[in-house]
Design a protein around this ligand. Structure first.
Ligand SMILES: *[C@@H]1O[C@H](CO)[C@@H](O)[C@H](O)[C@H]1NC(C)=O
Ligand SMILES: *[C@@H]1O[C@H](CO)[C@@H](O)[C@H](O)[C@H]1NC(C)=O
Ligand SMILES: *[C@@H]1O[C@H](CO)[C@@H](O)[C@H](O)[C@H]1NC(C)=O
Ligand SMILES: *[C@@H]1O[C@H](CO)[C@@H](O)[C@H](O)[C@H]1NC(C)=O
Length: 594
């Protein structure tokens, strides 16, 4: 009774073991074992091994000579044929023949299967674009799996789905080559009817092959195909600027179709080189509908897209009254500022940088000289900040002079003999002239006169000799306004109080000073006389300490020197025990009025 495996599977180059088990119903006295292989070309058998009780022989001159051994299987009755370094040609049927003479004989066979995985599959896509309008499936890729054994299979994938040949849609053309080495190389070509959706799909191939006891697979990388499809929709849009368009902008209009490759476009208004129409410095005249057409060269169908362009504008501001306007004091006026725009505008009026009104009308009521000036209207477009303009009107207020502080009669007192300045400022249009009437002084002169747009200032310098009345009259053709000053000359009581003002060179003062000095000398001699008589107890003469509190603590000594004109108070910092050296002494001379 023979027991052999149906097949034994082994990788190329490995060792293969083919067991042959047998049992005898009656133990023979002697038996022999022979191994045969079937020749692949003819179906004849060839012995490769002989063994009996006496001898074991590996036959000479066979494919297996030197590569096989036959050994006993350990515990069971049987032998194991071991083939070293298995070759592809070893894929054959092996026969084990046991002859027990009188006990009978038997034979079993095992098919030895040899495996060698192919190389990783290599995919190659078609680079040219493939049109969806092709009627038959087009070749889109080929895949090759080289040198496998046994023959590997190739499966195609679109994304993750396997492709099975379908009539008119998918063809797979397979070419199998048996190499001289015995390996198989499989080439597969995918013919496929592309659709537009295939433009973003990856195609791949997978090789599947047998290994001992299993099926393995290896995948190629995915490839893109270029799908050509006709344009069905053309879109036209404003690429820049973002938002509303104003005059002066550069506008870019782009045209795009949904076809591949992009067809040539034509714009209706201007010539554009490619898919973009550039309009520089647009004006309101550029507003309108822009169209873009494409003619598909495959289908000869024309497709068109359009876009509406609106160019917004803001014309220069027109101010009424124009340039400048004369108002009489007390009059009213309405100024308007208009700027034509395609959008809603907003107007603000400014005077001297301050906002004085909003809206396109400005009411000037009951004009005063303060009303006069430059009024600027600024027109903006809130929805399109790039648009703004402005205009202005110059308001002139005409009227009689208006004196600054005219109501207040100015009364002043000034030392006789001194010069003093009086000033008048008058507002008016036309500009007033200022004239002075001075009574009480012969010496006066106008030292300054200046005029701004609406006012004149005059300054006179008057020598005060006695009480003075002065008028300044501001006059223009509309009227006159006056302002009066009255100055009373005062005589200073004693000029000893201001002895340093000797520079004024007043002889009277010198006389008074001399009298005062004499009086002091008399007073001094009286005091000295009384002191000598012991009538007045007194401290040291000449120098007198007026402050001497804890000199060691404070270190400040105030000394007063008596002088005819001044007293110098000397502050001495730093007492005996003080750390400060003599260099740190601070001396301050104070001049005091005696
Ligand atoms: C290859 O394809 C054939 C035919 O469909 C099939 O019989 C065989 O099992 C396949 N081989 C592998 C390794 O898948
Ligand atoms: C496939 O094509 C798309 C579109 O042309 C591209 O974005 C992508 O990178 C391509 N992928 C590969 C793997 O070539
Ligand atoms: C009067 O005005 C003149 C010119 O501005 C000036 O030089 C002078 O010092 C002024 N005198 C007094 C007393 O303010
Ligand atoms: C100036 O005004 C006063 C008061 O109104 C008037 O008396 C005087 O005559 C006027 N003088 C001149 C020069 O106009």
């Amino acid at each position: 009774d023979m027991t052999m495996e149906e097949s034994v599977e082994v990788y190329l180059g490995d060792s293969a073991g083919i067991p042959c088990q047998y049992v005898f119903s009656e133990q023979p006295r002697a038996f022999m074992i022979q191994w045969f292989v079937r020749n692949p070309s003819s179906s004849s058998r060839e012995r490769i091994y002989y063994g009996d009780n006496a001898q074991q022989i590996v036959d000479d001159g066979t494919d297996f000579t030197g590569r096989i051994t036959v050994s006993n299987i350990g515990d069971k009755e049987g032998v194991l044929l071991t083939i070293q370094d298995v070759q592809l040609t070893d894929e054959r049927e092996f026969f084990c023949q046991v002859n027990g003479m009188a006990a009978g004989n038997g034979e079993g066979k095992t098919h030895l299967r040899v495996f060698d995985p192919p190389m990783a599959p290599v995919i190659e896509g078609v680079h040219a674009g493939i049109s969806v309008t092709n009627e038959l499936p087009s070749r889109i890729a080929s895949c090759e799996a080289r040198n496998g054994f046994p023959r590997p299979n190739i499966t195609w994938y679109r994304g993750i789905s396997p492709l099975t040949p379908t009539h008119g849609q998918i063809n797979v053309v397979i070419l199998v080559t048996r190499e001289s080495s015995g390996f198989y190389t499989v080439q597969s070509e995918l013919q496929y009817k592309v659709a537009k959706e295939d433009k973003d799909v990856l195609f791949s191939c997978e090789v599947s092959y047998y290994v001992p006891g299993a099926v393995r697979t290896a995948e190629s990388k995915g490839i893109n195909i270029t799908v050509h499809y006709p344009t069905t929709v053309v879109e036209l849009w404003k690429e820049s600027p973002q938002g509303l368009v104003k005059e002066g902008d550069t506008v870019e209009i782009r045209c795009q179709g949904d076809g591949n490759p992009p067809p040539p476009f034509t714009f209706n208004r201007q010539q554009a080189s490619d898919d973009t129409l550039v309009l520089r410095e647009v004006t309101r005249g550029d507003s309108g509908v822009y169209q873009c057409r494409s003619l598909d060269l495959d289908t000869y169908e024309e497709v068109m897209g359009d876009v509406q362009l609106i160019v917004h504008y803001l014309d220069p501001a027109l101010v009424v009254p124009k340039d400048s306007e004369i108002m009489f004091k007390g009059e009213s006026l309405t100024a308007t500022c208009n700027a034509l725009s395609s959008l809603e505008t907003f107007t603000v009026w400014f005077k001297n940088g301050l906002q004085v009104g909003t809206g396109h009308m400005l009411f000037l009521q009951d004009a005063t000289y303060d009303t006069a000036g430059e009024y600027v209207c600024e027109v903006t477009v809130p929805s399109l900040p790039g648009l703004h303009t402005s205009g202005s009107v110059h308001i002139i207020v005409q009227g009689a002079p208006q004196m600054k502080d005219a109501d207040r009669e100015v009364e002043m007192e000034e030392g006789a003999g001194k010069w003093m300045n009086l000033s008048c400022e008058a507002h008016a249009h036309p500009l007033p002239t200022i004239s002075w009437t001075v009574t009480g002084s012969q010496s006066w002169r106008e030292v300054l006169t200046s005029a701004t747009d609406h006012s004149t200032i005059s300054l006179v310098s008057i020598k005060v000799t006695s009480d003075i009345t002065a008028f300044c009259n501001a006059t223009n053709e509309m009227g006159t306004e006056a302002k009066s000053f009255s100055i009373s000359a005062s005589k200073p009581p004693c000029h000893i109080l201001t002895p340093w003002k000797k520079s004024e060179g007043n002889g009277v003062i010198i006389v008074v000073v001399i009298i005062c000095v004499l009086l002091l000398a008399v007073l001094g001699s009286v005091l000295y006389f009384l002191h000598k008589k012991g009538k007045i107890p007194c401290g040291r003469s000449g120098k007198q300490e007026i402050t001497k509190e804890n000199p060691n603590k404070d270190g400040i000594v105030v000394e007063m020197k008596t002088d005819t004109k001044t007293e110098e108070a000397v502050l001495l910092k730093g007492g005996n025990g003080d750390k400060n050296g003599p260099n740190d002494q601070v001396t301050m001379n104070m001049k005091a009025i005696r």
